[in-house]
Design a protein around this ligand. Structure first.
Ligand code: CP3
Length: 362
């Protein structure tokens, strides 16, 4: 895989001042910025009072995702409040399962509930034919947000990576041990591959649709990448990601992909080397000094404050932020959490975090 340098992208910022362009996009292309761009995974959501009010306007969470005016407003709320460098489309990774025809519901306090896919016959019920029509409102949201964003803010599209989406589709919801999905992948890999195959195709179509609507960078959330042994990590995480990245690059070589293989541990390097992602999202367990030495020389890195440090705030958060900045802000870097923001996060801690990141290097 070419490094950002080989792609003809400068990794040095001009000493004479900021070059033109959106800071988050410039960082994705390998530039080192004096002030690192910042956005937070799951930056829209229940920790914000204005989100909780908006949520009341839709019958349910999926209805919120599929109503462009409301979803666009949810996307913009955290950008308005904090001036983040990135606006991430308000939607959910399970919209793809719904788009394929699976029954998906969100119950308050329970998380997602899906009619589980457990057999080749179940897989055959999933259909790409109706997909485009079902997910079309998401593209309308992207278009709407694109027209409303401040000039310096980058519009981030996203999808779940096939393994993580498959895990919800097979388990029927959130899982503690992933017994059903791992059981299937281990005992009938070729049968399970049919599901991953459909998800690869749907994800490519879905992200191409978001890009056509105005997404400038896309993130692949592989939240459960870290539960797989090496062989399966290569087959169900690296290979599907590589295919999605290649398909997007064939049509949109200038749209960076951020890969987030959460908890990939010692597999982070193989993921970076083999998938072709432009930016690597780090979870909170990746030591910043190791990321600096082994990952950042060839790729932009993003991360990786523990979301519970954002809840804690105060000196604990300040120390962690200073350590991350000291290690990673001298190379191509995007400040983020190492996983999504949690609902109990005090909104004022987010404001303090943004100030810390901007002040330290401002
Ligand atoms: O980042 C953003 O602000 C954009 C919106 C976004 C949501 N989900 C909104 C959401 C994004 C990028 C996601 C990604 C997502 N969804 C992931 C990957 C990231 C991660 O956290 O690992 C996963 C695994 C999901 C699946 C999902 N969606 C779960 C497990 C849950 C229930 C847990 C929870 O947080 O409630 C959801 C629901 C969900 N997705 C909510 C929001 C704002 C809360 C639902 C509500 O408001 O009622």
């Amino acid at each position: 895989m070419p490094t950002n340098k080989e792609l003809g992208v400068s990794t040095e910022e001009g000493k004479t001042g900021e070059r033109a362009g959106k800071p988050l996009l410039r960082a994705c292309f390998g530039e080192t910025l004096t002030v690192p761009p910042i956005w937070l995974m799951r930056q829209a959501g229940r920790y914000l009072p204005e989100y909780r009010a908006l949520r009341q306007e839709a019958a349910g969470f999926l209805e919120l995702c599929f109503t462009p005016e409301l979803a666009a407003e949810a996307t913009l709320q955290p950008v308005r409040r904090y001036g983040f460098d990135g606006a991430i489309l308000f939607s959910d990774i399970l919209v793809v399962a719904h788009g394929l025809g699976q029954s998906v519901g969100f119950r308050d306090g329970e998380g997602p509930v899906l009619e589980p896919i457990r057999s080749p016959a179940d897989i055959r019920q999933l259909s790409l034919a109706g997909f485009r029509g079902r997910v079309a409102p998401v593209y309308a949201t992207v278009e709407r947000v694109a027209g409303l964003l401040p000039a310096a803010t980058t519009l981030i599209g996203f999808a779940g990576a096939p393994w993580t989406v498959a895990s919800y589709m097979v388990e029927g919801g959130t899982s503690r041990d992933f017994a059903a999905v791992k059981g299937w992948a281990f005992s009938d890999a070729d049968g399970f591959a049919e599901l991953i195959e459909r998800l690869i195709e749907a994800t490519i179509e879905y992200l191409l649709g978001q890009i056509a609507a105005g997404a400038e960078v896309v993130q692949l959330f592989d939240s459960w990448a870290g539960v797989l042994p090496e062989r399966e990590f290569r087959r169900w995480v690296i290979e599907p990601t590589r295919r999605i990245v290649a398909a997007l690059a064939a049509q949109h070589p200038r749209v960076p992909v951020i890969g987030f293989p959460r908890a990939a541990g010692l597999m982070y390097r193989a993921y970076l080397a083999e998938t072709g992602v432009a930016v690597l999202g780090l979870d909170p367990t990746v030591p910043a000094a190791i990321a600096r030495k082994t990952l950042q020389p060839s790729r932009t890195v993003q991360g990786n404050l523990d979301p519970l440090l954002l809840v804690a705030g105060g000196v604990a958060m300040e120390t962690a932020v200073a350590e991350i900045l000291a290690a990673l802000s001298h190379g191509p870097f995007i400040f983020n959490l190492g996983h999504g923001i949690v609902p109990q996060t005090p909104p004022e801690h987010v404001a303090h975090l943004v100030a810390l990141v901007r002040r330290a290097h401002g």
